[in-house]
Design a protein around this ligand. Sequence first.
Ligand SMILES: Cc1cc2nc3c(=O)[nH]c(=O)nc-3n(C[C@H](O)[C@H](O)[C@H](O)COP(=O)(O)OP(=O)(O)OC[C@H]3O[C@@H](n4cnc5c(N)ncnc54)[C@H](O)[C@@H]3O)c2cc1C
Length: 499
Amino acid sequence: MPVSESYEIVVVGGGVAGCFAAATAADQGASVVQLERKSAAEAGHIACGDAMKAPTDPKKYPGPIDMSALAADEDVLIDGNIDQIEWWDEDIDVKKVLPYEGHSNVVDRYEFGQRLLEQTAACGVDQHFDTVVNGVLQGAQVEGVRAVRDGEPVEYSADLVIDAGGSLSSVMSDVDFASLDADPETSFEKPHFQQFGSAYREVLETQEPVPYENALVGKPLERMGYIWYFPRTATEINVGLGFQMNKEPVELVDRLKKDIQGRPEFDGAGFDTVNGKANKLGAALALRRPLDSMVAPGYITVGCNAGTTHPISGKGIRGAAVTGYSAGKHGAEAIRDDDDGFISEADLWAHNHYVYVEHGLGTRVAIKDPYNIAASHVGMENVRALVALLPEDAIADVVSSEGNSLGVRNAMSLASGVVQNALALVSDGRFDRLDTTKRDVGRTLLDFVRAQRYATKYERVYNDYPATRDDFFEWRDARDALDDGFNDALGIPAGQRKY
Ligand SMILES: Cc1cc2nc3c(=O)[nH]c(=O)nc-3n(C[C@H](O)[C@H](O)[C@H](O)COP(=O)(O)OP(=O)(O)OC[C@H]3O[C@@H](n4cnc5c(N)ncnc54)[C@H](O)[C@@H]3O)c2cc1C
């Protein structure tokens, strides 16, 4: 017989989303257990480029986790030294430099993860490490999880399960959503793996300071994706790469090795270590818009699994924090206000509404997704040409995590910037090094403008995300109609569409 334990809220996962969810729910007075499959010493060691922005801004990182304390912790290495993004397309001699304001940082992700877990425990959360969740308990609602803790079976019953298990969470796969009590059907949107990316990174220690210690550097990968060098200090560089899983797979470890082998700054570089082992990890990450609805009866999913990662840059720490906070807060409130012993989707709806409207991060991520769709449609060679042609501020709008300012861009200034860059690229023969044609690049530019236009339209629809579940299905129909219009405009046939 498995051991039985009972809590108001079970949080699966000890990453950013799990810590923000568990800490917030406990801070609201709920009894909370956080389950993490890794050991206490390994927990918080997460595959990540480790770049994050403005950690001390409470709007960006809401809730009881004290990010200022983390920012002041020198082991976490948040030194705010990054002030620009650089795009290097070396084969065609293109370098774009984008200003990056607001205290951007590359952190020691392991130390950051460990400190988050400590703060979560201090909020009154029970933490069970070495605990692998391998099933769910469910009736009319999700009622808890099955797990193996230190090799022994345990059943955790709960009013609410917050699934912070990361991309394509196994907990989500175990839920039978169709059999939960939701009328006419669950609003929960199950994501597809092709909407995710696969990524890998190492932290290398160089012998000499790199010349780009103040920059997040990105370079094109032949599949839909990029290679990065993110310096957390002048001699500790997070190097990695990732591609979207709707394309042919890339052998990530070999491809990264090939890239850095030719670079003098990595000559003789060794690995940073965590718990005595080389610091290298890979994982999946969402490259899609946030889920239409992140709730089901007795269940909320958050973080990377909920699709709150930027669909172009892949940055997801802030999305994990915001959705975790929201799930903890609104989940605890739903349990406190419950009078029928059933935590319905309507009871949890405030979570969806907070993410999309009150906080707005969900909307800001969703309006970047048209650029991802257009990029996947035109292919990487055309994306490289597009980046070469666009003025830097237009590129900055696409990769930023803020709202959509392209709608108000002066079309004439965009056009004149593109023409100047095109003349330079063609006149010195660099254009011929790309595997594309001028006609395809012309079409790509048009698709970019279409993505801009639709980003503005999506923004209006997502700003209007329904405050109650009753209005959700009508809202989704209106959004789906916009999807049809966008896909038709790009010429993407049914069956090849992202959603
Ligand atoms: C290579 C790479 C580079 C990235 N670079 C950046 C970057 O530079 N900046 C940025 O902001 N974002 C970046 N991201 C995205 C960011 O890392 C994620 O969005 C973020 O970590 C998501 O946090 P999370 O808490 O949702 O999930 P995770 O960080 O994946 O945490 C999930 C946790 O749940 C645990 N878990 C999973 N399943 C179970 C189970 N069945 N039982 C018990 N425990 C379980 C895992 O062990 C893990 O600790 C990157 C992602 C990748 C893969």
